[in-house]
Design a protein. Structure first.
Lengths: 261, 288
């Protein structure tokens, strides 16, 4: 063999050994075990931190709420859909708390009306429904079906009840303004319910010094839904100058006070 | 008259059959599970394997204990092949999946990095199709602005990495940093990726992005750290209407299998032959 070929072969051999050595040190050990990738990477990805614990973990401690929810329309909704990630809470319940959504925004993500939502999914127009009250004032998020007792007046006066439910007076009992509702129920044809006769009646809540509606014996009448209709929140007017020649209901519609005549 | 062979459903409707999915005819998951190859020798061998079990139970070791010991075995990726079903009729576009995904996987909170997102399709009566996804729908959708009288059809489509069985992103990676794992999940090796963005270009579904801090490609992992622990992916966990069904794409009698068998299933861009494992039902032809 000529010496120049020998030198060339030696050069090749050195290059080949160098390549094998370099490969040995540069290519990770686990590369190519299962395919053209680093097998250890799978374990590293699988070891990432958990943030959501899953509803089964929540139910281990909060079995009462889970039971209520399971029987309601929110049964398919996971706890963490509304309360956010709860893994840290499940590890240390005293130190880490989950968020409790309030107000109207979070419920609206699912329940605000949008044409693209499937027909039949319960949706509301946020401008017309519930008059800016937090959803939780009327609906229990763990059992969203309305649990407020329906007044029996609604059985006959459905359209009034429906109008009433849209406005700020929706928390009031029918009997707050209409007095003898119960006797009217017994004999609706002959006994008509009372109606407010003077401006003083509305002034019980809407005058500047109002303290709330009282019945004939002077006892305060509590609203049906306290959180929705409170006398402290009622808009106030100076009864001496505000529309003094008229009765209130000549301009305002008591079943939907926001409506314009 | 000779009997015509029955064509698979996908062939009748002109779609590409999924390679290696449960839809291929002749696949029998039951025999696979029982592990009897069929010959008498194999059967006798497996009987021999059973002998110590029978002996132990005779000694008073409860069978339940053996079952429990088997369940505690380590996660075996070869036993799984993951996929996801998406029921577009159920999606309400609330965007909880998008938020949960960002929380669980520390996805940057910018409005253009998403591992999953929801698109709104609005088709008008004059043939126009509008698709939008404001901030990936993480705060649900504002009104579309199209008057309802003009709308012909409108719906939401959740999008996610399709975890293709033939992933083009894996094919183009020059260093082997992205790969299809043995359980059928397309993953990215963060410490090996050189951030060349080639895979981002190659993905026909736009499911990848370059992580702004780590400077590596990032994508949906089906929440690999959750599914290997027996939990559901975060987006599936929080979906309030069960629009996402996660599970085994090859095993019979699983929720995903039932979904695939009981719905008219489409995949995205079947002509690209990527064999996606995200199965949509009753998808509109406008959805790409």
């Amino acid at each position: 063999m000529p010496s120049q070929v020998k030198r060339l072969l030696l050069l090749f051999a050195v290059a080949a050994v160098a390549l094998i050595l370099l490969r040995h040190f540069l290519v990770p050990k686990s590369f190519g075990r299962y395919g053209h990738y680093r097998a250890d990477a799978v374990g590293a990805i699988a070891a990432s931190e958990l943030r959501y614990s899953g509803h089964l973990v929540c139910a281990e401690c909060h079995d009462d709420i889970a039971g209520t929810k399971k029987a309601s329309k929110h049964a398919p909704v996971s706890c963490e859909t509304c309360h956010g990630p709860g893994y840290s809470h499940s590890q240390d319940p005293t130190e880490n708390k989950v968020s409790v959504p309030s107000g109207r925004e979070r419920c609206g993500y699912c329940h605000n009306y949008d044409a693209s939502r499937p027909t039949g999914f319960p949706q509301i127009d946020p401008a017309a429904h519930g008059a800016d009250e937090p959803c939780a004032s009327c609906h229990n998020p763990h059992q969203p079906e309305l649990k407020v007792e329906t007044p029996s007046c609604e059985a006959c006066h459905t359209e009034i009840a429906r109008t009433l439910s849209q406005g700020h007076h929706r928390g009031l009992n029918c009997t707050t303004c209409h007095g003898s509702g119960t006797t009217h129920q017994v004999d609706p044809k002959n006994i008509k319910p009372e109606m407010p006769a003077s401006r003083d009646f509305c002034a019980q809540c809407h005058a500047e010094d109002a303290t709330g509606p009282k019945n004939a014996s002077g006892i305060e009448i509590a609203p049906r839904v306290e959180s929705v209709t409170r006398v402290e929140k009622a808009p106030r007017v100076d009864m001496a100058v505000h529309g003094q020649d008229y009765l209130c209901w000549q301009c305002h519609f008591p079943h939907l006070p926001e409506a314009r005549r | 008259m000779t009997e015509k062979p029955i064509k698979p459903r996908s062939a009748i409707s002109g779609r590409t059959p999924e390679k290696g999915s449960s839809l291929t005819p002749g696949h029998d998951p039951l025999s696979e599970r029982l592990n009897f190859a069929g010959t008498r020798r194999d059967f006798l061998k497996s009987l021999l394997k059973l002998a110590p079990v029978v002996g132990l139970s005779a000694l008073g070791v409860g069978l339940g204990q053996i079952v429990a010991a088997n369940q505690e075995k380590q996660y075996d990726p070869t036993k799984h092949w993951y996929g996801m079903g998406i029921d577009v009729h159920r999606c309400i576009g609330c965007g909880r999946c998008v938020e949960a995904c960002k929380e669980e996987n520390n996805v940057p909170r910018y409005p253009y990095f998403f591992r999953t997102w929801v698109e709104r399709y609005v088709e008008t009566k004059d043939g126009e199709v509008r698709v939008d996804s404001p901030n990936g729908s993480i705060n649900a959708f504002p009104p579309s602005g199209v008057p309802e009288q003009r709308i012909l059809k409108t719906f939401y489509v959740p999008k996610i990495c399709n975890h293709c069985a033939e992933p083009p992103c894996v094919q183009v990676c020059p260093v082997g940093a992205t790969f299809l794992s043995r359980d059928g999940v397309v993953l990215v090796d963060e410490s090996y990726c050189i951030g060349c963005r080639y895979c981002i270009q190659a993905c026909p579904y736009g499911a990848r992005y370059l992580h702004p801090k780590k400077r590596v490609a990032d994508k949906c992992t089906f929440c690999y750290h959750r599914i290997t622990k027996g939990l559901r992916p975060a987006c599936v966990e929080v979906c309030p209407t069960s629009a996402r069904i996660f599970g085994e794409a090859r095993r019979a009698n699983t929720p995903l299998w039932e979904f695939v068998r009981t719905h008219d299933i489409q995949v995205l861009k079947p002509h690209l032959r990527t064999s996606p494992k995200v199965y949509y039902c009753d998808l509109d032809s406008e959805v790409r």
